[in-house]
Design a binder for this molecule. Structure first.
Ligand code: SAM
Length: 176
């Protein structure tokens, strides 16, 4: 069970990347994303994709990051903060993999320093600067128990039939 906490989203400039953090997390098996800023457009855009493509991914808009982390930890969950300054992912994978309830925290600009102390792990996806989307994707792939790219998304309106050339999409509404 994985949930993403997105910090520092600036509605005027981070819309696309925050949407991609959410969509990537969903595609790799997270149950939802908590957005520590107020941007209902992000919630609507991601939940709209989830409605059409299946599964039950949610976005909780405008949360207090501190309250969410505290609540998560009280409920027995662990927190993995992704930061290029942290322990390198290959050195933490086994430990994180054994955790059944994981919150993955990603920032935008500078994250509050308190996060580093509240996290159970501060993990770098390589100690070089890159992107929160890539950091989420690689982490979720490495800590997954089953192949994350083979999961099913129930009750989808649209389903892709993988094909070598071209595009094949089934519209399940028409099929019924
Ligand atoms: N300059 C910011 C700082 O010093 O925290 C980092 C900005 S970076 C574009 C935005 C987010 O991407 C970070 O908060 C972190 O969650 C994630 N990120 C970027 N590179 C990363 C890396 N190598 N490992 C883990 N997370 C990374």
């Amino acid at each position: 069970r994985v949930v993403i906490l997105r910090l520092g989203h600036r509605p005027e400039r981070d819309k696309r990347i925050t949407t991609h953090v959410g969509l990537t997390a969903r595609a790799l098996g997270a149950e939802g994303m908590l957005l520590a800023s107020n941007d209902k457009g992000i919630k609507n855009a991601i939940e709209d994709v989830a409605d059409r493509w299946g599964g039950e991914f949610y976005v909780k808009n405008d949360v207090s990051w501190k309250a969410e982390i505290e609540k998560w930890k009280e409920g027995g969950g662990k927190v993995c903060h992704l930061s290029m300054y942290g322990i390198n992912l290959p050195d933490a994978t086994e430990d994180i993999k054994s955790c059944e309830k994981l919150m993955i925290v990603v920032g935008a600009e500078k994250v509050p320093t308190e996060i580093y102390d509240m996290a159970d792990w501060n993990v770098a996806v390589g100690n070089q600067p890159h992107s929160e989307v890539a950091a989420v994707a690689l982490t979720m792939d490495r800590i997954a128990q089953d192949e994350p790219l083979r999961q099913e998304f129930p009750d989808a309106e649209l389903t892709i039939i993988p094909t070598e050339y071209g595009k094949r999409v089934i519209d399940n509404k028409i099929k019924e």
